[in-house]
Design a protein around this ligand. Structure first.
Ligand SMILES: NC(=O)c1ccc[n+]([C@@H]2O[C@H](COP(=O)([O-])OP(=O)(O)OC[C@H]3O[C@@H](n4cnc5c(N)ncnc54)[C@H](OP(=O)(O)O)[C@@H]3O)[C@@H](O)[C@H]2O)c1
Length: 250
């Protein structure tokens, strides 16, 4: 079991879904965790739960596309917990729109959240990691970065770019002791796809496309996240771990 006592992590998009589950995994492993997203009430609920369980957490309402807000998120973390060791770039949105119907505003929103947000948070937290000569950046991509999926051009492009960003930063910071890796999940049941899961026909099609014949549970990401957050991955950087029940290797 990874021991992260004394370590400080930031998880973006931690109010619900995969981010919340991963933040809980980091708290359980002993890390002090800043949870960031736009909906303050969800962050406050997380912090209350973490503290009740004896953990340390800080709610930091943040729009990940806002440069000044992201700088404040990292500054508040360092002020409260003294350092930053792990950054999980998880906040993300999806748009399911045929390209001919896609507005430039929607395209920009998806790219700004999934890609610009990852850049802003990595730069802000990375300053501290590079200065201390150690750190872990974990980017949440998607198997849609690898597989062609109709009506998801903006999302797929943003996640493919996150993988390119991961590899580039892995090389750039390798000698600084900062590892930069990515997890590319397939379908996991979260509020992101709640609407899709309510449609039995669509769900049947989705599950048929997954060799494991089921969606993943957020809990199933935790061991991989902890591996990337802990010392087991000190010689591993620029990698993408795909966790999708075999969908992209068919
Ligand atoms: N679920 C899946 O099947 C799946 C598959 C592959 C990849 N992923 C990726 O995994 C990540 C998490 O997905 P999820 O399913 O857990 O999604 P989710 O349930 O919709 O949660 C997304 C989180 O991101 C936050 N967020 C969205 N826009 C933000 C912004 N501008 N600034 C700060 N936070 C923002 C949301 O909070 P607020 O709205 O309150 O800001 C929320 O906490 C995403 O990057 C997603 O692309 C998910």
């Amino acid at each position: 079991m990874t021991n992260l006592h004394g370590k400080v992590a930031i998880v973006t998009g931690a109010g619900r879904g995969l981010g919340r589950s991963m933040a809980a995994g980091l708290v359980d492993a002993g890390a002090s965790v800043t949870v960031a997203a736009r909906t303050a009430s969800e962050l406050d609920a997380f912090v209350e739960e973490a503290r009740a369980a004896g953990g340390q957490a800080l709610a930091c309402p943040t729009d990940i596309t806002d440069e000044a807000a992201v700088e404040r998120m990292v500054a508040a973390t360092v002020e409260t917990f003294g350092r930053v060791d792990v950054l999980v770039n998880n906040s993300g949105i999806v748009a399911s729109t045929p390209l001919l119907d896609q507005s430039a505003a929607e395209w920009d929103r998806v790219l700004a959240t999934n890609l610009r947000g990852t850049f802003l948070a990595t730069r802000a937290a990375g300053r501290h990691m590079v200065a201390q000569g150690a750190g872990k950046v974990i980017n949440i991509a998607s198997n849609f970065a690898i597989q062609g999926v109709a009506d998801h051009a903006a999302y797929s492009a943003s996640k493919a770019a996150v993988i390119g960003f991961t590899r580039s930063m892995a090389v750039e910071w390798a000698r600084s002791g900062v590892q930069v890796n990515a997890i590319a999940p397939g379908y996991f049941a979260t509020p992101l796809n709640a609407e899709m899961r309510r449609d039995a026909d669509v769900m049947a099609k989705v599950v048929r496309a997954i060799p494991a014949r089921r969606m993943g549970e957020p809990e199933e990401l935790k061991p991989w996240l902890l591996l990337l957050a802990g010392s087991a991955s000190d010689f591993m950087t620029g990698e993408v771990i795909v966790i999708d029940g075999g969908q992209t290797v068919r």
